[in-house]
Design a protein around this ligand. Structure first.
Ligand code: PAF
Length: 284
């Protein structure tokens, strides 16, 4: 597996692959790779001849109110590189901040997907999805992949990216990969390592609460407000500080009405120092 750090070298390699008629898949990451990321690489291999993984901790998506989240985000390059070699990725792109944002983070041209970026996580993390949309648009332009692969754990992010790709006419297929979970149901996330051992024991309550809400919806209940407030109460009792727990339409994340059939339940909650997010999709 090659490791490249400049856009010029990246483009040269991609040009060579394209000349040979090879399909290219892009897996953007911020590193600190776990089994969930490696599942993205596996999915990418199913869709393309060459798999390119980017590792870039994107300062633009952390925001001023992140309370040092950008600085403390784990940087584990050597371990990441090793995991990618073993996963069969073809290329690791590891650009510096200067390579990505030569005019400085403050001055970068930004991409905004309005509406969907301002609700749920966007409401609690202002500017977050502008940062995500901007860096993903840059990667899509640099690589011009046939396919780009993202995890469904970040369900809102996936919808933001689908919309940006469609509206900016990127000729790319966006593939979503189901969330990979620990044995007790906790969604795998780089942020799980901020949990203490005792919090880690309690953390799977988030997924159990989502499952309980799903069962109520599948069995025909339509009082969304009751489902949401019961869930928030359960989470508080389990020691979480919920930001939101909400039943939405799966296609646009607007509040679900009784007649809607394709739904997603999304939750974000703090447990100690860790902000956990998770979701479950359902059809009824
Ligand atoms: O999901 C992530 O790790 C990041 O938000 C992404 C898509 C790599 C953009 O920085």
């Amino acid at each position: 597996m090659q490791t490249l750090t400049t856009i010029a070298d990246l483009r040269q390699q991609i040009h060579a692959w394209s000349q040979q008629g090879e399909r290219i898949a892009l897996v953007p990451t911020m590193g600190n790779l776990h089994t969930g990321h490696l599942q993205l690489v596996e999915a990418a291999k199913q869709h393309a001849d060459r798999v390119l993984v980017s590792v870039f901790v994107n300062p633009l998506q952390f925001g001023d109110a992140s309370g040092g989240d950008f600085e403390r985000y784990p940087r584990t390059f050597e371990a990441d590189r090793q995991k990618l070699v073993e996963s069969g990725a073809d290329l690791l792109f590891f650009p510096s901040q200067e390579e990505m944002y030569p005019a400085g983070v403050e001055n970068v041209t930004r991409v905004e997907v309005p509406g969907i970026s301002d609700i749920l996580c966007g409401k609690f993390r202002p500017g977050h999805f502008v940062g995500v949309a901007t860096v993903v648009a840059k990667f899509l332009n640099m690589v011009q992949p046939d396919v780009a692969v993202f995890g469904e754990k970040d369900f809102q992010q996936l919808l933001v990216i689908r919309r940006l790709a469609a509206e900016l006419c990127f000729p790319v297929e966006i593939v979503g990969v189901p969330t990979v979970r620990e044995v007790d149901g906790l969604a795998m996330s780089s942020r799980n390592q901020y949990l203490s051992a005792e919090e880690r024991q309690r953390a799977a309550a988030l997924y159990r609460t989502l499952q309980a809400a799903k069962e109520r919806l599948v069995s025909g209940e339509t009082d969304m407000a009751a489902i949401e407030s019961d869930a928030e109460k359960i989470l508080r009792e389990a020691g979480f500080c919920p930001e939101y727990f909400t039943v939405c339409r799966a296609d646009d994340l607007q509040p679900a009405a009784a007649a809607d059939t394709a739904l997603v339940i999304l939750a974000a909650a703090w447990l100690g120092e860790a902000r956990l997010i998770d979701n479950i999709q359902l059809q009824r």
